[in-house]
Design a protein around this ligand. Structure first.
Ligand code: BGC
Ligand code: NOJ
Length: 821
């Protein structure tokens, strides 16, 4: 396979932009490079060697298959296909059998992954996906005999069942080694652990042809003391039709496929999940009702049906991704904006921070702050889902305007274990709501009646929820008039009220400080930014009085920041519980932090008097590296219980002077607001994966998605990334690239065009769907500048200003936007 993007380093793979795929050319990537399957409740994580697992809605409570995190070898457990021919066996997905293949590739595409392998003339292609609106993974396996002789290939599928509750599954062995139960009927293996009691759901693994045998007991399949790389069943070619009782139930089909020279045949495997009404659970004594499984698997029992479903999925994605496309002079920028960033945004929408290669799926629910922020990455693609998500979040808000920090996806109720008091949480809902309305024009979201704390007897309009959010800040100010930080603000590791000396307690839930002293400048900037947004919203719906009184609070905060949070060359970060400055030149470590520079500048604080510009210059001087902008400098070198978890990390990692990619776009945006297009682009491209293809060895994580963190200058390996996929980095960079670099910004009045680009970009084409119309925008930059005045023509007619009024247009229109000094 030739790499179309010749400038890239092909060591591990390359981008195939035409097919919206990343093609991985070796099973031995620096870390497992994963993809996500599923769109609507049923999800799978799948690595480039088919490792990973699937679950229904909640990766902790409804996990179908077992996966061993942080195990050896890494990436342990998946949907494996063992192929055996002429006494040699291998894996159709490259691993776990370590046999050298003649050919291997894994194409991660939009909602599917395809694995091609070939050994001794037997070629295989596994296509894995979760069809739309389906609670099942489909794995179609096509085998081709490229030799000149007839060959019989023994095929063994393999998955290992998780006993539903993933946490218990990995811990409570005294019970769960005795509970496992399966049933087998024809070519379908049913997993029914705990179905006899309180579970009204089971899972199954089927194949669309007669099997030669099967195994459901792990020990029988693998053989004692063997790993997934050399199952005794595969080695011997003998299956014993074991029926698991307790221990570790698995599902493995054994099929014999005879292939004439040149012949291809396909098998379709369906790994599905069924819920059954309690009264219909059984079809006989301890015999489960199989009708739902039969109905589900019969939807995919021919190649034609599978191809049709895959086509639907492809169309779904092409349609979603076509709502915003760009053709700039930089292919990497285009690839990021058009394909992978939007795709990652959708995945973070679906998963929040719950399940990835780094998030074990047992800890964290849907985060209030994270999920609100995530919506700015996909409001243009799935606005109706954004509305639903915002209202779900709103329903976990408490009456005082604070919020549960997380909610559980199955119940949509606030997670009492984590609780609230992360004082940045409330205002993120103003961002998500305003962004949603600007995208859609749908003000009706404000009138929706929403419970507080999921209590149907205590409700108010969503607008009132926003009002409470605003007032939560106003009602929780500290000694300087800055917002109290609570347990933490955006930076979960700046725990100014925790004072923990006990390694057994969580920084996230422990609080010792009186919490009426420590203040956050990040929340102050956030309040000015989204407080102003709330004021605008009030005005839009005719609540002028409220707007005026809110504006006073916002203006006061702006002044308070200037008075108490300006350190001479940058904004301080916080006041701790003793009232001392954090993030100040007075400190010896942690003198400067990124968050307050980004949030104060984005809020426009100091735009008028040079403070914002100076703060950006300080960021460049103290925090910028080749790999992105560090969170703070100098790094903390020892633990300080008054500062919290941030000082628990070794210098250069995570929140302690790592390049925490989520906040880098705040600087990109600030630079764009200041009109410094080259700086904005530089910061954007330093952390955007499409630009990092050439440093994959160092970067380690997937070159097609953002990672949460890249090690900073103080680390052992600066530039090494971790925590790929589920990060607010995705939404924020997309927002920065589209609304601030390209400057295509939805506003209440319409689509505004106000770019801040590289001076060298003389011509950029953008396609944007907006409120029912489609705009083909040509951005011209004849004077080679970054930012300037915009003159607009719509279908050849000049219009006044730089905003396209959606009321005037439907259908398709050609816009020419010309930038000039
Ligand atoms: C991580 C943070 C995360 C927090 C909450 C900390 O250990 O460093 O990035 O937000 O846990 O789960
Ligand atoms: C990751 C968390 O998901 C997010 O909520 C937080 O803002 C960042 N870490 C920074 O601590």
């Amino acid at each position: 396979m030739q790499n179309p993007a010749t400038e890239t380093n092909e060591k591990f793979g390359y981008f195939d932009d035409e097919n919206y795929e990343y093609v991985i050319t070796t099973p031995y990537t620096p870390t497992p490079w994963i993809n996500y399957l599923g769109n609507d409740g049923f999800y799978g994580l799948i690595s480039n060697t088919a490792g990973g697992y699937c679950f229904y809605r909640d990766p902790k409570f409804r996990r179908l298959t077992r996966y061993r995190y942080n195990n050896v070898p890494v990436d342990n457990g998946g949907r494996y296909f063992y192929l055996k021919c002429d006494e040699q066996y291998w894996s159709a997905t490259g691993l776990p059998v370590d046999t050298q293949l003649d050919e291997y590739s894994c194409r991660h595409g939009m909602g599917y992954s395809r694995f091609n392998a070939s050994k001794n003339g037997i070629a295989s292609e596994v296509t894995s996906f979760i069809p739309l609106d389906t609670k099942a993974e489909v794995h179609s396996l096509k085998l081709t005999n490229n030799t000149s002789e007839t060959k019989t290939v023994d095929v063994f599928s393999f998955i290992e069942w998780c006993l539903w509750n993933a946490e218990d599954d990995g811990a409570n062995f005294q019970r769960n080694l005795s509970t496992g139960e399966v049933e087998v009927a024809g070519s379908t293996i049913f997993h029914k652990t705990e179905y006899r009691e309180r579970r009204n759901h089971y899972s199954f693994y089927s194949v669309n042809r007669e099997v030669a045998g099967f195994e459901t007991d792990r020990e029988t399949f693998l053989g004692p003391y063997r790993g997934f790389d050399r199952p005794v069943a595969v080695e011997s070619g003998v299956t014993k039709n074991s029926l698991a009782r307790g221990w570790s139930p698995i599902a493995s089909h054994h099929l014999k496929v005879e292939l004439a020279p040149g012949e291809s045949q396909s098998l379709v495997f369906v790994l599905g999940y069924c819920e059954v009404e309690p009264e219909n659970k059984w079809s006989g004594l301890n015999v489960i009702n199989k009708a739902p499984a039969e109905a589900l698997s019969s939807r995919f029992d021919t190649d034609e049906k599978v191809a049709a479903e895959l086509k639907k999925l492809n169309d779904y994605w092409f349609n979603l991704l076509s709502k915003f496309t760009v053709e700039s002079p930089d292919d990497k920028f285009n690839r990021a904006v058009n394909i992978w960033n939007q795709y990652q945004n959708m995945v973070t929408f679906n998963l929040s921070r719950s399940a990835s290669f780094y998030e074990s799926g047992i800890g964290r629910g849907m985060g209030f702050r994270d999920s609100n922020q995530d919506t700015i990455g996909f409001a243009h693609m799935v606005p109706e889902k954004v509305k639903e998500r915002i209202l779900d979040l709103s329903a976990t808000q408490k009456t005082d305007g604070s919020a549960y920090h997380q909610y559980q996806p199955l119940t949509k109720k606030g997670n009492a274990n984590i609780g609230g008091n992360f004082n940045d949480d409330p205002m993120w809902m103003v961002l998500s709501t305003a962004n949603y309305i600007k995208e859609t024009g749908d003000f009706s979201i404000l009138d929706e009646v929403v419970p507080f704390d999921s209590d149907l007897d205590n409700t108010a309009t969503h607008f009132e929820h926003l009002n409470r959010a605003f007032n939560h800040v106003v009602n929780n100010l500290g000694p300087h008039g800055l917002p109290l930080i609570g347990r933490a603000d955006w930076n979960d590791c700046l725990n100014l009220n925790c004072f923990s000396e006990d390694p057994n307690e969580s920084y996230q839930t422990t609080q010792r400080g009186a919490s009426d002293i420590a203040e956050s400048v990040m929340i102050a900037g956030q309040f000015v930014l989204y407080g102003q947004e709330f004021v605008d919203l009030c005005k839009k719906i005719g609540k002028d009085e409220l707007a005026a009184s809110c504006l006073q609070h916002v203006e006061l905060m702006r002044e308070t920041v200037k008075q108490h949070a300006w350190d001479g060359a940058w904004f301080i970060r916080a006041y701790n519980a003793k009232g001392e400055k954090i993030g100040s030149n007075e400190n010896t470590e942690g003198k400067i932090f990124i968050e307050s520079q980004g949030f104060c500048a984005m809020a426009g604080i100091g735009l008028d008097d040079g403070k914002a510009l100076q703060a950006m210059n300080s960021v460049e001087e103290h925090l910028s590296t080749d790999f992105g902008i560090m969170l703070n400098q100098p790094a903390y070198t020892s633990y300080d219980k008054y500062i919290g978890e941030i000082t628990s990390y070794p210098p250069g990692y995570k929140e302690n002077a790592g390049i925490f990619c989520h906040n880098n776009p705040w600087i990109t945006i600030s630079e764009a607001m200041l009109g410094r297009g080259e700086k904005a682009y530089e910061y954007y491209s330093k952390i955007t994966p499409a630009f990092l293809q050439d440093v994959q060895d160092l970067h380690k994580t997937e070159p097609y998605v953002y990672s949460q963190m890249i090690a900073g200058a103080d680390a052992e390996h600066p530039g090494e990334a971790k925590n790929s996929w589920l990060t607010g980095t995705a939404a924020w960079n997309y927002y920065a690239a589209t609304q601030y670099i390209l400057g295509i910004k939805p506003t209440y009045e319409g689509l505004s065009i106000d770019p801040c680009i590289l001076p060298a970009w003389d011509n950029v084409k953008i396609n944007r769907e907006f409120r029912g119309a489609r705009y083909e925008i040509t951005l011209r930059n004849p004077q080679g500048i970054s930012k300037g005045a915009i003159s607009l023509t719509v279908d050849g007619q000049e219009i006044v200003g730089n905003v396209i009024d959606p009321i005037a247009y439907s259908g398709s229109h050609k816009i020419v936007a010309t930038l000039s000094k």
